[in-house]
Design a protein around this ligand. Sequence first.
Ligand code: EPZ
Length: 419
Amino acid sequence: MDKIIIRGGKRLKGKVKISGSKNSALPILFASILTDEPSTIKNVPDLADINTTVSFMNFIGKKTLKKGSSVITFSSGNYKHIAPYDLVRKMRASVLIMGPLLARLNRVDVSLPGGCAIGARPIDIHLEAFKKMGAQINVEGGYVKMSAPEGLSGAEIKFRFASVGATENVMLAAVLAKGVTKIINAAKEPEICDLSDVLNKMGADVKGAGTKTITIKGVNKLCGFTHNVIADRIEAATYLIACALTKGEITLENAEPAHLKAVTAKLKKAGLLIKEKNGAIYAKWVKDLKPQNINTAVYPGFPTDVQAQWTALMCLLKGKSKICETVFENRFLHVAELLRFGAKLITDGKCVYVSGVENFSGAPVMVSDLRAGAALVLAGLAAEGKTVISRIYHLDRGYDMLEKKLKKLGADIKRIKNV
Ligand code: EPZ
């Protein structure tokens, strides 16, 4: 397996281009199954999860090709209705195949995705919604088998939690359903708006994306589309925190400042100089930062996907801070690894209580999940000495050219293969 070696202490300086959003590209790729016409998705990040999705779509019967940072899907119509365990277990977002296949085939058998490092990650909200839309559901042999012989019908669906995936899955199913679907307490993330833009480009009738109520009027047919995926707000936030941690000065290009207001607001309050303009964010460390408490929340709150990276930053600021995770039940696996750098922090499972330390010293550490891995890279950039990070395949799922981009900013970082 590959490892990343970092010799920390270098101030990051320069420009970094933010890639397209993983969490927007994935549902948009699945949306292309809703049409038999060719589609082109641009600004797609080069990530393991994208490659997994491309092979998954080809397996299902949707001919899909990656060409540079574009993905092209071709006209095809005979889809398989089964999403097997060995594909779904690799990437939980595969459950987003449910909506499009139910809409096209009136049936789908999807392996239950199982949990992951950050939690059990059930899909009850998705299934309750499909049931309300007329799907018969039974779970057997580790598969969710759903069918709607008469086709799906619109319904009023109230989410107990503003689930991102469930909102996307229902949108993907409802656009071809008979009648009107109303999602109440929908997720409001920018990725939901990007998906809605794509569906409307395809000829769907989706209103209210970005608010807590989304109304979808079913149509008979959808056409192909061309779309530029929005910038990855989590990648952008990660680089801003890297700038803060290394006392650097960077400019993020192709970033969307409006999508990471909760993070930039906290960084500004801490004392990082940040200037935003359309498509770019400039950040400069100008003075010792003050620790800031955070509670993660659904959008537009502080994103759970930035919690681990934020914790790494708080560990190196003078003073105490409290970081609470309200979205996932087990998103503190980075805590044990941060302790290996010399951090002072304890967790009660809901919150992390940090006492800042002067500095970190490099250490061998192991990645447990994507964003915890980002936190370890950030810690290594700030640590004195050498850090060796293993199990970096988690990072390859969500960060496009991570070590190349950091190296260009002046970090002493390299990947060693198959060690
Ligand atoms: C999406 O996951 C993102 N993944 C996650 O990013 C992100 O952390 C999450 O949204 C929250 O913002 C993609 O977009 C591919 P949820 P998703 O459904 O859709 C519970 C990353 O690092 N829940 O909003 O799975 C669930 O267990 C990844 O890029 C149910 O209980 O998130 C969790 O505690 C990690 N039942 C909470 O809701 C359900 O049916 C949030 O889940 C669905 C969810």
